[in-house]
Design a protein around this ligand. Sequence first.
Ligand SMILES: *Cc1c(COP(=O)(O)O)cnc(C)c1O
Length: 427
Amino acid sequence: MKFSPPQYVNNLKCLVCGSSYSHGNIFTCPHCGIEGILDVQYDYEAIVQNPKSLPAASLRQAGAIRNPQSSDIWRYKDLLPISQEIPLPHLHVGWTPVYDVPRLARYFGLRKLFLKDDGRNPTNSFKDRASAIGVMKAMEFGFNTIACASTGNAASSLAGLSAAVGLKSYIFVPERAPEPKITQLLIFGATVFRVKGTYEQAFDLSKQSCDQFGWYNRNSGTNPFLVEGKKTAGLEIAEQMKEHLPDWVVVSVGDGCTIGGIGKGLQEMKQLGLIDRVPRLLGVQAEGAKPILDAFASGKDLIPTGTNTIADSIAVGTPRNWRRAIQQVRSSHGEMVAVSDEEILEAMRVTARLGGVFGEPAGVAGAAGLKKAVEQKIVKSNETAVIVITGNGLKDIQSAKQAAGKEHLVEPTLDAVAELLEKQLKL
Ligand SMILES: *Cc1c(COP(=O)(O)O)cnc(C)c1O
């Protein structure tokens, strides 16, 4: 079956040399190679001229007809690179809640602070926004199988979204991948190859297999369409918060697609007239894996690094989308900071205890970075911020246990409880 191309996509433009290519199943710029990440360009004038396609109109529509299908990322269908003819996945992706958290704000020394909880996506991470587009593009281009290499959230979200639309998924994991994460893949029916080697070897093998066996490649970084899914969080922040648009949007950074996408979404909402300014982006990396921060600080090209952090979802030594990340941070007059594992563990505790949201280490790294940025007066105490919590804390119980402290073993008697309470009070 042949599907029509996305209605409002003009072309794909190289972020390095600026060359444009027509829409199709291509990945990077043929001139610039792997560095030449492509950006999807839209005909915004046509979108604006169609009153039905404005997000504000779909918002009204959603309120009027209470169509739950439109209170997710598909409310922005016209701003996404998808064919109008393909049925949408039934899972609820995006339109995650934004919480006002005054106790956490006070703790950080900020006037007002919000958490946007993206752990509430179908497979419990921000990656579902990208995978939702990934499966749509696989179907549009006529694939019945989609593949990636990952042990983390990209893999579980691909497995889940593939299951939802009836695509086969093949996932390559390194030999040392943790058992719980592999189980999450298998339960969704993914075929999992445990590669006897490193992550890099698993990555290369997945790419070769896509070419050889005709599978669609969801390997993040270089696929130009996935970042458009990530953009929806920026569109949502603009729409959900337009009454009290924050001064800062805080995002953890690994490959750079998330912050690059969110920045693009905010820019688009300004272009479409929904907001009149773009909030500043605060990008947060782990001290043990901060090549994008280093390139941001030096103004030079990125130099790959090793990785050493508990925040496995942002432990990326060779990020693919660093140019997009830095471009977006700069054009928003934003900043970048790095945080230690201790600061991340503390952020896990305080976002849970003062904000009621339980995030994985990479999920709360933004919170740790915001605290540091306030201390360093990058963010002023009279300013406001929203932190995107990118993944749920149950994804990584090992780290959560490190942050959480210990339970008390107690005899089943009231005296024993009383005795323990007394001891605790004395401490
Ligand atoms: C992937 C991921 C990120 C970072 O996204 P990039 O696009 O790699 O920068 C942050 N947090 C979580 C939980 C993730 O899974």
